[in-house]
Design a binder for this molecule. Sequence first.
Ligand code: TNX
Length: 566
Amino acid sequence: MKLALLSFILASAINVIPQPLSVREDKGSFNLKGTPIACDAAMGEIALAAVKDFSANLTLAAGQIYPVSTPVGLSQTIKQGKVKGIVFGIDPTLKEEAYTINIDKSKCVVLASTDAGILYALQTLKQLLPSAIYSGKTAENEKWVLPCCEIKDTPRFRYRGMHLDCGRHFWSVAEVKKVLDMMATLKLNRFHWHLTEDQGWRAEIKAYPELTNIGAWRAETVIGYQPANPELKKDGIRYGGFYTQDEMRDVVAYAQKLGITVVPEIDLPGHMVAALASYPWLGCSGKSIEPGHEGEDYKVWEIWGVSPDVLCPGKDTTIEFLKTVLGELCDIFPGEYFHIGGDECPKDAWAQCPDCQARIAALGLKSDEHATAEQRLQNYVTSEMQAFLATRGKKIIGWDEILEGDLQEGATVMSWRGKTGGIEASKRGFDVIMTPDRWCYFDYNQCPDRGDESKPVWEAVDEPTCAWWGTLPLAKVYSFDPTEGLDKQAASHILGCQANVWTEYIPTEEQLEYMIMPRLFAMSEVQWSQLKNKDYDDFIRRVKAEGVKILKEKNFNYRAKDELAE
Ligand code: TNX
């Protein structure tokens, strides 16, 4: 009896991830054989192109042609109830990213007020179809029907992101696009592209060619899990790569078609060793102060961690350099946000540097119980970048360290060291994106616990990569609530949240995908679904019934253990 019930539930036709606002399952289905598709001529270009892509997918998968027409005034005809087939119309009363889907035995009616709404509706429709829709192959034997139902949907948060560290390991444009596709499937709308690191500069900058001639390449890389390798043995293999400006434009355009805005990050003034190796005049003394390497030339970093070698904000040439770099990238990335990093910037070099101390004196920066003069010097860098980017019509996002000292109005804080920075920032009236490490760091292991406490972590866990010390199992990601404990006023500043994929210990595409999935399914429900609709058991059921099929069809690797053991 139990088994029969279980298989009935598993057979439920409507298994959408992330869980929509409301789903009413009706009897019967709409047979798509020979169905025409129509899209209101007044629809935006992106929605129209996406509907055409959908028809091309369906044509290929179902082995029959689904032509798209674009009648004028279709939305009006839909209102009068006189349509057949699959139709896409505009309903200006719906919220910005909302959509509705109504399917009966003779038609499927999709409504939205924006292109984004149509894109999300298409993702939902794909999940209602046989998963062969994702395969890029013909599957004539599948039942090409849509279940009769009514779906009303709108997201909980407007910023639904994922971050990818392309500095520690470099990801090809093809892999970036594969990740973007997966994000779009789950209705994420922001790709935070971490383009620079101590271990590699990845963005071509025409004014400063050495950033990629030199900065994009490290001579070798520390082997394995660093704490397990105290002598820091390295592999002797040159490693690197970068994106040309054309490639970045191509990624931006690709993402835009999927409804995703790219948020580029140039991490400053710390995490800049690759830039220092390219242009040593960017540093305070022009030489390294790393313990054991004092006085040596900078070189693109070969180990993991936080380097004391950072940019010198005492020199005008450094500030000019940064403005030129950001300026070139502003021409490539059209989004409203630019991420300027700001995390983990040791201030030792600044305390010793005559230029930095002169700047501190000239600006009248003081140490007090809230912040040191050197922390305030970082505030100066932040506000210079903020003011420059404002002239290009952009707002800044920074990691929560930018809150230390005095942060200028209009900045958005990305809270990573737990939720505290985000809570403080929202109370001080700043917008916040929540990415607290213990719920959002996809570089942590997915196993349910750390294993035998008597053993070092790299021996205790049975995972392909030993990723830092923390564990972040699927259920924990799912349990995350970005506005937990905040009053209405503070909660209104939480724009959303994102998963961060740091890649020190993620060298291959196979492992990258393994770390992302299935956790991105959980994150998408944190970002999109209403709290009252979240249910972990039902989530797992949908991941098994639909999510895993999507991963297989898209050939996207994932962790098939614990709840998803086969
Ligand atoms: C901290 S999160 C960092 C990254 C590391 C990560 C490892 C943040 C803003 N900085 O540079 O990759 O920890 O989990």
